[in-house]
Design a protein around this ligand. Structure first.
Ligand code: ZN
Length: 295
């Protein structure tokens, strides 16, 4: 049975890009923080189902609630980095991105006592416009990234990139493993199926069947993600465009039970375990299969 990557992007409901026009980072401190309570519920769910996962933690959250990072690490999960300020990378200056990503990585390493290998960008914002981010990540010693989605989307994606874990060459010629959130290939079109709003949008049977397809027919591990706010029915309601609100709140009341069913239907572990099983961790210095500059 193939082990799949179970990942959580640890951030609060007011960090999401969909509401960034209404809320600026200077005001984040005014909102009621719910990420600790929601992450505890997730840790309890994972513990009850005996699974370990990778937690991509936002530096801002780690700084505010350092005990949460320690708890996650102490329970045997992998600590990875979700950047610091949850800004879209293609709207940032390289120097600002480099500085705050370094700060987040070092903070997470201090708190967990382990080296942080993995990175995931806010809203998957490594696109053709921001490939320089890969230079920053390789220079900081990240071993893998999970930010490049092979789809057409209004906020993210690089169509034509591989769907399964691969080693890619950054513009600076250093190598990094990329493990994209999983898509289903249907008639040549890649459909996101591996979590977040899509997991809430589709009926459970569809997500479950699509993920089984990846293991049985593609014979590959999938990479599933969600956020602590996605199981929180009682979070304060934010204002914004109707589509942003739909994406954020759709089927939140069903998410926790669906997650539990998902955990019982597939085998899950951390990203680094999956990459190890795929023999990518040992070989990433020699087998660069892909250069995004050519895509
Ligand atoms: Zn995020």
């Amino acid at each position: 049975m193939i082990s799949n990557a179970l990942t959580v992007d640890v951030e609060d409901y007011f960090h999401v890009a969909a509401f960034s026009n209404e809320i600026s980072p200077e005001n984040w401190g005014q909102f009621e923080s719910r990420v600790e309570k929601n992450t505890h519920a997730i840790l309890e769910l994972f513990g009850r189902n005996n699974v370990t996962a990778t937690f991509f933690i936002l530096g801002w959250v780690a700084e505010k609630i350092p005990s949460l990072v320690k708890e996650i690490a102490q329970q045997g999960h992998e600590i990875a980095c979700h950047g610091f300020s949850h800004q879209l990378i293609y709207k940032q200056e390289k120097s600002v991105f480099a500085e705050e990503t370094k700060k987040a990585k070092y903070l997470l390493e201090d708190l967990s006592g382990k080296s942080v290998m993995g990175y995931r960008a806010a809203s998957y914002s490594i696109t053709k416009k921001s490939l320089w981010a890969l230079d920053v990540l390789t220079d900081l010693g990240f071993v893998y990234d999970s930010s490049i989605v092979p789809v057409h989307h209004d906020l993210y994606g690089i169509p034509g990139t591989p769907r399964f874990p691969y080693v890619l060459k950054a513009p600076n010629d250093k190598h990094i493993i990329e493990f994209p959130p999983t898509t289903l290939s249907l008639a040549g079109v890649n459909i996101p199926i591996a979590g977040g709003g899509y997991f809430r949008l589709y009926p459970f049977w569809f997500s479950n069947a699509a993920l089984k397809w990846i293991n049985y027919y593609d014979k590959k591990p999938f990479n599933f993600y969600f956020h602590p706010w996605e199981i929180d029915e009682d979070q304060p309601r934010m204002d914004g465009k109707w589509f942003s609100k739909f994406r954020h709140y759709n089927n939140i009341s069903k998410c926790y039970l669906r997650l539990e069913k998902l955990l019982k239907s597939h085998k899950f572990t951390t990203v680094s375990d999956v990459l190890n099983n795929e023999d990518l961790l040992a070989n990433n210095q020699i087998n660069a299969t892909h250069s995004l500059i050519e895509v």
